[in-house]
Design a protein around this ligand. Structure first.
Ligand SMILES: C[S@@+](CC[C@H](N)C(=O)[O-])C[C@H]1O[C@@H](n2cnc3c(N)ncnc32)[C@H](O)[C@@H]1O
Length: 201
């Protein structure tokens, strides 16, 4: 079954996942004006579009054709400084290191055996003093039935912290919330969020 967001991405007038998340808004004062930003699995761009509107140049990618089409339409409509490509992290052409990498609501859709390589690759391409902002779903709640085919990589509670043991963890949060997808499927999500700064090579 196609994930619900694919049809949502066809609507240019509405952000599928709403407003930018608080931790992305909160990090802005800590970024230099010319900070290099990467939005991994950008969806229809609630973070990329917001950051571009705030004056940053943003690199971004997603595997969804509909997402890329929509970002390109938004780019044109609002004249935004966003470089967008359709690929996954292993196909992305890294040209420099980033000051901020956002991986919001993506890692649970990546197969378990690829997650470690993906996170380490993104860490490698992060500048010293740069940040990672991650939100992911854990196995503390069952996978919603409409996402069973795609949500193949749910994390264990707190597991993401192990990847950042030699980073400065600025924030770690465990939360649960009720959700209803646009297709009417009601469920509960268990989420872990982490904000961490790279302190050594
Ligand atoms: C729940 S949406 C979140 C979108 C966005 N990050 C946000 O917070 O609004 C998940 C997105 O991850 C993308 N995605 C899933 N697996 C991916 C992968 N391996 N590489 C890049 N994008 C991926 C999907 O296409 C989808 O657009």
């Amino acid at each position: 079954m196609e994930p619900f967001w694919e049809t949502e991405y066809l609507n240019i007038d509405r952000s599928t996942f709403g407003e930018p998340s608080k931790e992305v808004v909160d990090i802005l004062p800590f970024l230099k004006k010319d900070a290099k930003i990467l939005d991994v699995g950008c969806g229809d761009g609630r973070h990329s579009v917001y950051l571009a509107e705030m004056g940053f140049e943003v690199d971004t990618f997603d595997i969804s054709e509909n997402a890329i089409k929509k970002i390109n339409q938004l780019k044109q409509k609002y004249n935004l400084n966003i470089n967008v490509v359709r690929c996954d992290v292993f196909g992305f052409d890294f040209k420099h290191r980033y000051d901020l990498v956002i991986i919001h609501g993506v890692l649970q859709f990546v197969e378990r055996e690829k997650q470690s390589e993906m996170i380490h690759l993104l860490q490698k391409w992060t500048a010293k003093g740069g940040y990672h902002i991650i939100a992911l779903f854990t196995d503390a709640e069952p996978v919603p039935k409409d996402l069973k085919d795609v949500m193949v990589g749910v994390f264990k509670e707190g597991e993401i912290k192990d990847y950042y043991s030699n980073w400065d963890i600025k924030m770690f949060e465990i939360k649960k919330f009720k959700d209803e997808h646009e297709n009417g499927v009601k469920h509960c999500h268990a989420m872990n969020k982490i904000v961490a700064m790279k302190i050594e090579e």
